[in-house]
Design a protein around this ligand. Sequence first.
Ligand code: DQA
Length: 149
Amino acid sequence: MSSTILVLNGPNLNMLGVRQPEIYGSETLADIESACRVKAGELDLAIDFRQSNHEGELVSWIQEARGKMAGIAINAAAYTHTSVALLDALSLVELPIIEIHLSNVYARDSFRHHSYISPVANGVICGLGSHGYLLALDALKRIIDSSAE
Ligand code: DQA
């Protein structure tokens, strides 16, 4: 059985570090990936960490995860608030899903208060910065272990 988690990052997250650091912090996506790798090692998981600015590419990666990965941690960034295609892909994947946002989207613009993907996520973590990614891995580990019992 796979123990690999697909960690997916949507548009503009490749610009972390320079992108509005007052909102998103000063860490780069590479810093977050390194922290996720350390955490995954502690949890006896592997990760496949990816970022794309293209909705269709994210959809294809989610489809490919079906039957291969153990779970998905996703920060869909702006597509969270717009993408029925991501909702549909996550709905067919049959894997545990944790939605992550670095910022507290509920303390921001009202258009960020709605997520198309939350209804198919096992849980949602927002507002805790990059620590949210590590918490998502913890949560996925728990879900995977409990479903294997
Ligand atoms: C984000 C929040 C989204 O509203 C925004 O479009 C992003 C990043 C976050 O991590 O806080 O790009 O997902």
